[in-house]
Design a protein around this ligand. Structure first.
Ligand code: C5P
Length: 288
C-alpha cells in the first residue's frame, strides 16, 4: 500500500457539563460526543524525495508545526522510526474554530492513517493515549461514534449508537477562542443533568435527548455573541426537536426528524440570517 485516505469526522456535543477548574488550568468535564456525516479527508502518501510535506485545501490554513496534522505525522515518524518520506494532503470541509472538533479530528485521522499505512499495529488504547498529547478532545476521534467523554476530554467510553436523525449546523461568522471561553466559565447552581442525559442515550430516546441538550459553555459564548441564542430559538421554531451549541461554539446544531424539514429549516435560516454563510445539512453518523 503506497497511500491511504482517511475521513476525519466532525463532532457535536449534545451534552457538555463543565464540573470544575483544575489546578493545572484545565477543566474537568462530562460530555456526550457524537460524530456527524460531515468530514475532512487526510490523504497520506509514501514518497522518496523529502521527509514530510503537508498541503491544505483551501490553502489559508498553516501547513507547518502549527497544524496538528503536521505535528502528529512528525511524532509518528520519529517515534516509530519511519524512514520513508510522507506527503499529506488535508482537504477541509469542516468549518475551522467552530466547536466541531475539525482540527482534532484531522489529527486523529493522521494517527490512524499512518498506523494503517505502515502496519504499525498500534492498539486503539495506545493510539488514544498518543492522541491525548495533541489535545483534550483528540482521543474521542480515535473511536468516533457516540461516546461518554470525561476527565478533560481524554477518557472516552463508547455508548450505544445514537439513533439516526438529520442535523442542521449553523456557524455564525464570529471567531471564538476555546481557552478564553473556558477561562470565562463560572460555576452555576444548576442541577447536574449528565445521568438523565446518558440514560436517554442508552435507551435511544432521541426526543428526550433533544429536550435535555445542555452546554455549560453556552452562557459564556452566547453572552458575547447573542446571535447564538437567536439561532437556537429559530431552529426550534423551525421544527427542530432540540437545538444547542457545540463545544465552545459558535456553531449551533438542531435535530430534525426528516430530511425535508431540515432542508426547509436551512432555507429559512438563510433568509433570516443572511450573514451566516456556513449552513450544513448533516446526519448523525456512527463509523463502524
Ligand atoms: O486541549 P486543547 O488544546 O484542545 O484545549 C484548548 C484549550 O481549552 C486549553 O488550552 C484549555 O485552555 C482549554 N480547555 C480546558 N479544559 C478542557 C479542555 C480545554 O480548560 N477540558
Amino acid at each position: 500500500m503506497d497511500q491511504i485516505t482517511v475521513k476525519a469526522w466532525a463532532k457535536i456535543n449534545p451534552y457538555l457539563e463543565v464540573l470544575y477548574k483544575r489546578p493545572d488550568g484545565y477543566h474537568e468535564l462530562v460530555s456526550v460526543m457524537q460524530t456527524l456525516s460531515l468530514y475532512d479527508t487526510v490523504l497520506i502518501k509514501k514518497v522518496r524525495k523529502y521527509r514530510l510535506r503537508l498541503i491544505c485545501e483551501p490553502d489559508r490554513l498553516p501547513c507547518d508545526e502549527r497544524n496538528l496534522v503536521f505535528g502528529a505525522a512528525e511524532y509518528m515518524i520519529n517515534e516509530y522510526g519511519i524512514n520513508q518520506g510522507l506527503f499529506i494532503k488535508l482537504s477541509k470541509r469542516i468549518p475551522v474554530s467552530a466547536g466541531l472538533g475539525g482540527g482534532s479530528s484531522d489529527c486523529a485521522a493522521t494517527l490512524i492513517g499512518i498506523n494503517k499505512l505502515f502496519d504499525l499495529n498500534i492498539k486503539t488504547d495506545k493510539l488514544a493515549e498518543i492522541a491525548g498529547t495533541f489535545g483534550a478532545d483528540v482521543p474521542f476521534f480515535i473511536l468516533g461514534g457516540t461516546a461518554l467523554v470525561t476527565g478533560i476530554g481524554e477518557r472516552c467510553e463508547p455508548l450505544p449508537p445514537h439513533p439516526h436523525c438529520w442535523v442542521v449546523l449553523a456557524r455564525p461568522p464570529v471567531m471564538v477562542s476555546t481557552p478564553t471561553v473556558f477561562k470565562n466559565w463560572k460555576p452555576t447552581d444548576g442541577e447536574p443533568g449528565a445521568e438523565k442525559f446518558i440514560s436517554a442515550v442508552r435507551r435511544g430516546d432521541i426526543n428526550e435527548m433533544a429536550k435535555l441538550f445542555s452546554n455549560s459553555l453556552l452562557p459564556v459564548t452566547a453572552g458575547k455573541h447573542p446571535e447564538i441564542n437567536a439561532l437556537i430559538t429559530d431552529m426550534k421554531n423551525l421544527g427542530a426537536k432540540g437545538a444547542s451549541m457545540s463545544g465552545s461554539g459558535p456553531t449551533v446544531f438542531g435535530y430534525f426528524r426528516s430530511k425535508s424539514s431540515a432542508l426547509e429549516a436551512v432555507d429559512a435560516l438563510k433568509k433570516e440570517h443572511p450573514s451566516i454563510r456556513e449552513l450544513y445539512l448533516t446526519e448523525i453518523y456512527n463509523p463502524i
